[in-house]
Design a protein. Structure first.
Ligand SMILES: [Zn+2]
Length: 367
């Protein structure tokens, strides 16, 4: 095998297996030479990725995507871009390249490792994200939250070009508000060094490590009132969880407001966007209202002073939602060092809810 691809596989698994960087199969990685770009296929998990988990694309065809003009209608545009992305595939044609492929293409370094680390997102999903980022990482590029897809890609593309014009080289670190980080370099050792440095700088900002044990209790709990609303046909797995960290947020409603809406598009993909707060487990009317208003049953429900209930289709997806929501709680806790956490806005959330590409990922993640 191409030794560079070997490095790509190794670094992908390394970050993919580390829950501080990647949870629930998120993140993506790529390697490029002059002509070709290999990127994680959509729906593949970095932790276990092998050569067949990557899609190889033609860089000359990818380059046209940046320059072409597409429809002004957003769903038509995403469809056109998706078709052009598909046309750029060299092999295998039956896999879909990551939705962030174009972004990897315009980053001028051989290796790109994109993740959603907890500590990075404590900064990215905070009130002071932009100012703090400029202060702590003056050489990095910071991109304000933008709806994912072509518009985000064009913004990143233009900002990289501005950066190059100003500094004479491409940025190696790109922070995306309410999303995560891209780290790029021409060899994997440098990618690791950069990640370690980012981690060190952020750790130094955090006055207190999480004062919580990770111990998680799965308790027998009377969930009948909740079940009758979220799972009337008894087809789902509905479970109750509690831990010190969960208690910290569910003890009062004010506190829970900090984590009551998604921080990142990934949160929405796996756990949906909003998490209702119940004064007691009997309080199912709140859930009825929630469903009437939002049009869907929540996956995460907080019960005052007690814990959270997760409702999902399978044991595996319950575990994924728990992992994603626990990560949100950690982000919410650590973001207090950066002015407090900042959820996505209702408009930003609505865009993700309607996004076909994310639906595809959701479907793949369930397989
Ligand atoms: Zn991402």
């Amino acid at each position: 095998m191409n030794p560079s691809l070997n490095d790509l596989i190794e670094i992908s698994q390394q970050y993919g297996k580390n829950p501080l960087y990647v949870i629930a199969g998120g993140g993506n990685t790529s390697y490029k030479d002059e002509e070709k770009l290999w990127i994680k296929a959509s729906g593949t998990s970095l932790a276990v990725i092998e050569e067949d988990g990557f899609v190889c694309l033609s860089r000359s065809k990818l380059k046209t995507i940046a320059e072409k003009s597409y429809s002004t209608d957003s769903s038509k545009r995403e469809e056109e871009v998706k078709n052009d992305l598909h046309a750029a595939i060299l092999f295998p044609v039956d896999k879909r390249p990551s939705v962030e492929t174009s972004m990897h293409e315009v980053i001028d370094y051989a290796y790109v490792v994109h993740t959603h680390p907890t500590l990075v997102n404590a900064l990215m999903c905070s009130v002071n994200a932009k100012e703090k980022c400029a202060e702590l990482f003056p050489d990095a590029l910071f991109i304000e939250y933008t709806d994912p897809g072509y518009v985000l890609f064009k913004k990143v593309y233009n900002r990289i070009n501005d950066y190059k014009a100003e500094k004479g080289e491409s940025p190696k670190v790109i922070f995306l508000e309410n999303h995560g980080i891209f780290v790029a370099a021409n060899n994997v050792d440098e990618v690791n060094t950069i990640y370690d440095n980012v981690n060190e700088v952020l750790l130094a900002q955090i006055e207190e490590e999480l004062p919580f044990s990770n111990a998680l209790e799965v308790m027998d709990f009377d969930l009948n009132a909740i079940k009758s609303v979220v799972d009337p046909a008894s087809q789902m797995i509905v479970k109750f969880f509690s831990s010190d960290l969960i208690q910290y947020f569910v003890n009062d409603e004010q506190m829970f407001q900090k984590v009551a809406a998604a921080y990142t598009p990934d949160n929405i993909v796996y756990a949906k966007a909003y998490y209702p707060f119940l004064q007691s487990e009997e309080n199912a009317d709140v859930l009825k209202e929630f469903i009437a208003q939002k049009g869907y049953a929540p996956k995460v429900i907080a019960i005052k002073g007690k814990g959270i209930v997760i409702a999902e289709e399978s044991e595996k997806s319950v575990a994924t939602v728990l992992e994603v929501f626990t990560d949100m709680l950690k982000i919410g806790f650590y973001a207090s060092g950066f002015g407090g956490p900042k959820s996505m806005t209702a408009e930003q959330i609505a865009f993700i809810d309607n996004w076909e590409v994310e639906n595809y990922r959701r479907k793949m993640a369930k397989k």
